[in-house]
Design a protein around this ligand. Structure first.
Ligand code: PEP
Ligand code: MG
Length: 319
């Protein structure tokens, strides 16, 4: 029986009507990669590389980063590894970088913006990533992209580092976590292989509610129809360009979120490692046609509570 459970864990999640949704892991270090595979993860949809930079006195050098990324890609044994480039700033403080204080850090120099201010850090990281890409399927993902010229610049720097390192091109994608990126998604989609929706930040920016605010954060639900409409626009833009869309924010691993996001056309859910088996089981018990109906109705709801009610109704009918 335990053996059976184990085998099932490694099977893909296919809905009752035969539609596959990939379930990948969010990880924050080399030690997590093996755990992600063990839990049934079909790869890593988000490696938050900034974690390698926290709780220390100086940034990790190229060699240290290379070893960490190589360990991950080896542990994954052929499964894809999406490395998100540095996402420092906002809520993630790195004292030794001595960055100027900001009145509104979430609207400040964070994510890809910081990588442009500190191109030295960005290039070192890209060298390490690209060297590790010789060992297995690594994809690069840029965080906090708000406009097409930022993507163009990130790609140009990556390409210049790639020529220096002398490796084959790797697939690149972007986080969709800023409303302007949603509105520009058709243009952005032309230059990447995938999108991954960061519902944590997208929710905070769409609802104008600080994700860490003691009063507001609990009310900032990623299942708000305003956020779901952004997801819908993103998926439609991606389809036009023929690229896939994943989601890696907290609601991807929430049962209601997993149903609605899949129903909107998100085909990869990247979730915390302990949530992987439950999300796969949920998808296997569901028909995509039902998820699509609920998702369509969710777009017409007035608030997140109504959306959650719709999904509860569907799951109750399915027992
Ligand atoms: C997000 O914003 O949803 C996300 C996945 O990234 P992070 O939580 O690291 O900002
Ligand atoms: Mg984010």
């Amino acid at each position: 029986r335990r053996e059976e459970e184990k085998l099932e864990r490694y099977q893909p999640a296919i809905t009752l009507d035969g539609r596959r949704v990939e379930v990948a892991a969010n990880i924050s270090g080399a030690d997590d990669a093996a755990k992600a595979v063990e839990a049934g993860g079909e790869g890593v949809g988000l490696m938050r590389t900034e974690f390698l930079f926290l709780k220390r006195d100086e940034p990790p050098g190229e060699e240290e980063q290379f070893q960490a990324y190589r360990t991950m890609v080896r542990e994954l044994n052929g499964l894809p590894l999406i490395l998100r480039t540095l996402d420092i700033g906002g809520d993630k403080h790195v004292p030794y970088l001595s960055l100027p204080a900001e009145a509104n850090p979430f609207l400040g120099v964070r994510g890809i913006r910081l990588c442009f201010e500190r191109e030295d850090l960005f290039r070192t990281q890209l060298r390490a990533i690209l060297r590790a890409s010789k060992e297995g399927p690594i994809r690069i993902m840029y965080p906090m992209v708000a406009m097409p010229e930022e993507l163009a610049k990130a790609r140009a720097i990556t390409e210049s580092v790639r020529r220096e390192v002398g490796v084959a091109p790797v697939e690149t994608g972007i986080m969709i976590e800023v409303p302007s990126a949603v509105m520009m998604a058709e243009q952005l989609a032309r230059d990447v292989s995938f999108f991954s929706i960061g519902t944590n930040d997208l929710t905070q920016y769409v609802l104008a509610m600080d994700r860490q605010h003691p009063v507001l954060a609990p009310k900032a639900d990623g299942l708000h129809p305003a956020v779901l409409r952004m997801v819908d626009l993103t998926v439609k833009a991606a389809r036009k360009a023929g690229i896939w869309v994943g989601a890696c924010g907290g609601i991807a691993g929430d049962p209601s979120g997993a149903v609605v996001l899949s129903g909107l056309g998100v085909t990869e859910l990247s979730v915390a490692i302990p949530s992987i088996p439950a999300v796969k089981a949920l998808l296997r018990g569901l028909s995509m046609a039902d998820a699509e109906d609920v998702a369509r109705a969710a777009l017409e709801c007035g608030n997140a509570g109504e959306v959650r009610g719709l999904v509860r109704g569907l799951l109750a009918r399915k027992g």
